[in-house]
Write a protein that binds this ligand. Structure first.
Ligand SMILES: C[S@@+](CC[C@H](N)C(=O)[O-])C[C@H]1O[C@@H](n2cnc3c(N)ncnc32)[C@H](O)[C@@H]1O
Length: 263
């Protein structure tokens, strides 16, 4: 694979998608193959990592809920040092780098040293989850907008979210990193006026062999989420479009037998 796609001493932030290597862009695959070094997150799928040639140095900087193997400053420093050493650097991030991916910090750190940075987008978890459930995130008459939020808060602190703005009956809400906070999300959305029977879908390990899609209603969310392991990447999708009957009729499980229906 030619190296030309990455110049020495430059950094590419590359979206790895939700896990399935077939959901990687062709450009991402070329960048991985052309790199001298790849820094990758814990959420990058094993099939994607298999695409990194043996000749390419790989460094896991894995971050997963509650388990940060390297802090963001250290990751920034590693990327910068590799680029300043003249390497072709790929920073491989789960999903899309621009969605709760801290890409801005890495771009800024490179900028301080005059290192050229480029971004290759990836499929974000919300898109992949909707695809697996054969659902539409926006839906005429039911979901006029899509909001992406993170429910990751500092330990012991409440979520700093504008619940009144989020509790819209005509919108889809995608909650990243929301497993632990599912109870608070449910309480606050209902308190802000969202109907308890609003459809939800809990999407776990989307696009991977152990994918699970759990459907139900908002007031059962914190109960349903108990079936999900603490380390399984989990996305909460909330809104009328998640229960659209006409879409459900065409939905097929992405992985046979992995489609759990509840509520
Ligand atoms: C730090 S955020 C990174 C999001 C990523 N940049 C994206 O665009 O999907 C990590 C969260 O993304 C969601 N996520 C990522 N991959 C997922 C997957 N395969 N299945 C379900 N949720 C996923 C989960 O909510 C997880 O806690």
């Amino acid at each position: 694979m030619p190296h030309e796609i990455i110049a020495p001493g430059t950094v590419w932030l590359v979206g790895a998608g939700p896990g399935d290597p077939d959901l990687l862009t062709r450009k991402a695959e070329r960048l991985i193959a052309a790199a001298d070094i790849v820094f990758y997150d814990a959420l990058v799928g094993p099939g994607v990592l298999d695409l990194i040639p043996d000749s390419v140095e790989r460094v896991g900087v894995g971050k997963r809920s509650g388990r940060h193997s390297k802090d963001q400053g250290t990751i920034d420093d590693l990327i910068v040092a590799a680029a300043l050493a003249g390497k072709r650097v790929v920073r491989l991030k789960g999903g899309d780098p621009s969605v709760f991916g801290r890409s801005a910090e890495e771009i800024a750190a490179c900028g301080v040293h005059g290192i050229p940075v480029h971004v290759c987008p990836g499929i974000t978890a919300a898109s992949a989850a909707a695809a697996s459930g054969a659902l539409s995130l926006t839906l005429r008459g039911l979901a006029r907008s899509l909001t992406l939020v993170t429910a990751h808060a500092r330990a012991g602190e409440p979520l700093d979210l504008d619940w009144a703005a989020l509790a819209r009956p005509d919108a889809t809400l995608a909650v990243y990193m929301g497993r632990a906070a599912a109870g608070e999300v449910t309480r606050e959305l209902i308190r802000a006026g969202l109907a308890p029977e609003t459809p939800v879908m809990i999407a776990v390990n989307v696009s991977l062999p152990d994918e699970r899609l759990i459907r139900g209603r908002l007031d059962a969310l914190s109960f349903l989420v108990r079936a999900v392991g603490a380390n399984d990447p989990t996305l909460l999708l909330i809104g009328a479009a998640m229960g659209a009957a006409e879409m459900r009729g065409v939905a097929e499980p992405a992985t046979e037998g992995a489609f759990a229906s509840a509520g």
